[in-house]
Every structure is written in structure tokens, then in C-alpha cells.
Design a protein around this ligand. Structure first.
Ligand SMILES: [Zn+2]
Length: 130
């Protein structure tokens, strides 16, 4: 099997170490369970939360992504409407931010794992099964 690229593994939500195991338990569209993350990779058994509070760092990525969503939404909404009322603008930006929050949550965790943990390098299998 050919090695999947880091970008395709990132976009598919795969383990940064083996690029095969799923990080998240359900689809991003599962509104009630989108946050559920496997504790260990189902394939290579690496622990995803490599140290206590590791995912707290994902809040920085989440903040940056949310600011990006808010700016893009605000610019699009403002350019499509002629002098919109402030309340409509704020409501639209908040609504779109809430709508994208499951995606932002996952992207933030993935960025934390792929970028902020460079010590976790890709290792080709086979892996010891537990
Ligand atoms: Zn893995």
C-alpha cells in the first residue's frame, strides 16, 4: 500500500503517526457526538492526548479559525447587503460561527496534533497489536 500524504491524512482525520487509524469516533455531521476522540489510535495504539492538557492548546487554533470564519462571514454579509443593521450582522456572524463549530473543533485538534506536536513523526507499520 502506498504511503498516504500528511495532507490527505490530515483532511481525513487520520492518526498523525500511522495515517491509517481514525482520530474521531463519528462523522463531523453527528451533532451530538462530533467531539468524541479516540484515546488511542485504533491501528498503531499511539495515545492522541500525548500529555495532560494537550488539547487545551487546540483552543489557540480554534480561536484563530473562529476569527477567520467571523471575518469571512462579516465581509461576505456586508458586501451582499446595502448598509445592514448591526444586529443582523452580529446575528449572522454568530450563527455561521456556531454552524461551523464542529468543523472548527476538529480542525483545531488536528492542527494541534499535526503542527504543534512535531515529535510525533510518521512511522510506517506493521504495528504491535495489543
Ligand atoms: Zn495510528
Amino acid at each position: 500500500m502506498s504511503t498516504p500524504s500528511a495532507l490527505s491524512s490530515f483532511l481525513k482525520g487520520k492518526c498523525p503517526q500511522c495515517r491509517e487509524g481514525n482520530i474521531f469516533k463519528t462523522s463531523v455531521f453527528n451533532i451530538r457526538r462530533f467531539k468524541e476522540t479516540h484515546e488511542h489510535c485504533p491501528v498503531c495504539h499511539v495515545r492522541f492526548e500525548s500529555e495532560p492538557g494537550f488539547f487545551w492548546g487546540a483552543m489557540y487554533f480554534s480561536y484563530a479559525l473562529n476569527v477567520g470564519v467571523a471575518i469571512v462571514t462579516g465581509v461576505i454579509f456586508f458586501s451582499l447587503n446595502d448598509d445592514p443593521p448591526l444586529g443582523a450582522m452580529i446575528g449572522t456572524v454568530l450563527g455561521i460561527s456556531v454552524f461551523f463549530s464542529p468543523l472548527v473543533f476538529r480542525l483545531a485538534r488536528l492542527l494541534m496534533m499535526y503542527i504543534a506536536a512535531p515529535y510525533r513523526k510518521y512511522k510506517k507499520g506493521p504495528y504491535n497489536k495489543k
